[in-house]
Design a protein around this ligand. Structure first.
Ligand SMILES: Cc1cc2nc3c(=O)[nH]c(=O)nc-3n(C[C@H](O)[C@H](O)[C@H](O)COP(=O)(O)OP(=O)(O)OC[C@H]3O[C@@H](n4cnc5c(N)ncnc54)[C@H](O)[C@@H]3O)c2cc1C
Length: 303
């Protein structure tokens, strides 16, 4: 922890509002509810605070991990031997005509709700995805035939040197559950501008309610998970293949293939990262044996 003392002092003494905690349990910050302590957990509340945090980390050559809402991460039981910079304190959302401008830490549920209130259609798909704007741009999150690619017009980001840049349209290099931010792990999403269209608020709300109802019916939302654990393999559905392997309900420790939706691996309560990793490996092995298909993890594994 010695190497962090000077950093912690600098962040605490800064004029910006920045929360800093040592040995923060990552299970509290991931929807899997799994993960040991992070050496230092930093939560800036302003853009200036975030930029200052990153400048302090880079100056001291300290490694860090960006965290949004932790809904696509599986963190090791031993925790994270670096700083974790969480964006959820940066959650402003503005409407400007047919555009929504959202900060990195704004939850997609809030972005979708603000758009609905403003009578803007196009973000309904995002309402039930439990991620932040930054995590969703990084992942090109999507559901029900919608994805971030279709609505993200511009993104302001910091590059590896801490310089501010603007990315527009195709330069995001969106692909299935991927974007340029996956290729450039040192880049940090600060905010994005989403281009939507005028629509009827009642119709938008009814579409969002329909998507939410479909999620409640099909997904095990009452257990901690990271959503679909695996990417959809071309020409197949991961959940269907896992089910056809007879793995619904199969468990390693407290990590289990959901009985409700085999594409979701859930934490039944007290699962360790090791349990979950062994379950993931078993599922991958069995699907490969039966179908010759490699299931690729959608969830980011931090170990
Ligand atoms: C119940 C449930 C349902 C889900 N349904 C869906 C779904 O329908 N569709 C879908 O696509 N996903 C779904 N997910 C997965 C997840 O919500 C999305 O992938 C989401 O976009 C992740 O956002 P996050 O803020 O939680 O990212 P995190 O898990 O915090 O981070 C994910 C990655 O993004 C990086 N990152 C985060 N913020 C930034 C930033 N500001 N700058 C640079 N990098 C950053 C992180 O370093 C990490 O590599 C679901 C998850 C759950 C638990």
């Amino acid at each position: 922890m010695e190497q962090y003392h000077d950093l912690i002092l600098a962040l605490q003494q800064a004029a910006h509002e920045i929360e800093v905690r040592e040995n923060e349990c990552m299970a509290q910050h991931t929807t899997f509810a799994i993960g040991g302590p992070a050496d230092v957990f930093i939560s800036p509340k302003t853009q200036e605070g975030l930029r200052y945090t990153i400048a302090c980390l880079r100056e001291r050559e300290l490694p860090y991990l960006m965290l949004g809402n932790g809904s696509n991460m599986l963190v090791a039981d031993a925790g994270v031997r670096s700083a974790v910079v969480c964006t959820t304190g940066l959650d402003e959302v503005h409407i400007d005509g047919d555009k929504v401008i959202a900060e990195a830490g704004a939850l997609l549920s809030r972005v979708a709700r603000c758009a609905q209130h403003a009578g803007l259609t196009g973000a309904e798909f995002a309402g039930g995805i439990p991620g932040s704007l930054g995590g969703a741009v990084f992942m090109n999150a999507g559901a029900y035939d919608g994805q971030m690619q279709a609505i993200v017009q511009q993104t302001e980001y910091l590059d590896a040197a801490g310089e501010l840049h603007l990315l527009e349209g195709e330069a995001h290099r969106f692909d299935y559950r991927s974007s340029i931010f996956r290729e450039q792990p040192d880049w940090i999403v600060l905010r994005s501008e989403l281009k939507l269209q005028a629509g009827d608020p009642t119709e938008i709300l009814s579409k969002m309610n329909d998507f939410a109802q479909r999620r409640r019916t099909k997904q095990p939302l009452n257990f901690p998970s990271a959503g679909s654990t695996f990417k959809r393999p071309q020409g197949h559905f991961a959940g269907q293949m896992i089910e056809e392997c007879g793995l619904k309900g199969f468990a390693v420790g407290a990590a289990q293939v959901s009985e409700k939706h085999a594409g979701f691996l859930i934490n039944r309560g007290g699962a360790t990262c090791d349990d979950m990793l062994r379950l993931i490996e078993t599922v991958q092995q069995r699907v490969h044996e039966k179908f010759g298909v490699e299931l690729e993890c959608e969830v980011r594994i931090i170990r």
